[in-house]
Design a protein around this ligand. Structure first.
Ligand code: GLP
Length: 248
């Protein structure tokens, strides 16, 4: 089983997660240490990022000691494309807080194919050199994917180029004006680095996530549902709204 915390709605859940992130950042600040955050995209963390921006602007939360590693990016993907996760992160968070540009890491969707393997190995070794991820934020795909670790991803999978599931592409196709324009591949942090994070918070909102949340929290640990691996993580919590938790 995975610890779950249920909130009345996604706004209250997001505010609670923002507070937790702020307390980790501030604890590290007191000790003159960097805080290594693993960040996610998708609709689930949008309200969280708005709250972090508010904490920065209204309550003086500083991101000067924060180093971020995003989970994933479509491949291929230009950074200034409307659907790039680089653009998403800049608009919703990075351009609105005082994080140093050199402390931001997002998988590069512009690489040539032959460079991807080396790039992914370097991405992981940067995380390792910093002592690992302190706090990993996750959403969950309708099929149980975390990052873009689709069904079948192994618990020790590395950061890599992956083929997106049909169901994932269908879910994204609205953003890309149709399935034929939707990328077929992506670069994702592997399950291993996610599992090595010292703390993991997965957020899920709405009735549409209720079935996959039940399967991930209460079902068998299986690579068919990568989120179920979090059952064996020592410090993972699912933050849910009433609807997403309704089948538990
Ligand atoms: C995408 C992202 C995932 C995210 C998932 C769920 O596939 N790569 O990291 O968790 O979508 O998205 P949403 O939060 O919009 O439901």
């Amino acid at each position: 089983f995975i610890n779950t915390v249920v909130f009345e709605n996604s706004t209250l859940g997001s505010i609670a997660v923002a507070r937790e992130i702020a307390s980790v950042i501030q604890f590290k600040q007191k000790n003159n240490e960097f805080c290594i955050l693993g960040l996610a995209t998708g609709s689930s963390p949008k309200r969280l990022y708005a709250e972090l921006v508010r904490l920065h602007k209204e309550e003086g939360l500083s991101f000067k000691n924060v180093i971020t590693f995003n989970l994933d990016e479509y491949y291929p993907m230009e950074q200034d494309s409307i659907n790039s996760y680089v653009r998403f992160m800049k608009e919703l968070l990075f351009n609105q807080v005082d994080i140093l540009p050199e402390n931001i890491h997002i998988p590069d969707g512009t690489l040539s194919k032959e460079d991807i393997a080396d790039y992914c190995a370097t991405y992981e070794s940067m995380i390792e050199k910093l002592g690992g991820i302190d706090l990993q934020i996750l959403g969950i795909g309708g099929n149980g994917h975390i990052g873009f670790n689709e069904s079948g991803s192994l618990q020790n999978s590395k950061t890599r180029l992956v083929a997106l599931d049909h169901i994932t592409r269908v879910a994204a196709s609205g953003d890309f004006l149709g399935l034929s324009n939707t990328p077929r591949t992506a670069i994702t942090l592997g399950v291993k680095k996610i599992m090595e994070a010292k703390q993991v918070i997965l957020m899920a909102w709405g009735e549409g996530k209720a079935n996959i949340i039940k399967a991930s929290v209460e079902g068998t640990v299986t690579n068919l549902i990568p989120a179920s691996f979090l059952q064996v993580h020592k410090n993972a919590v699912f933050v849910l709204d009433k609807e997403a938790s309704s089948k538990l």
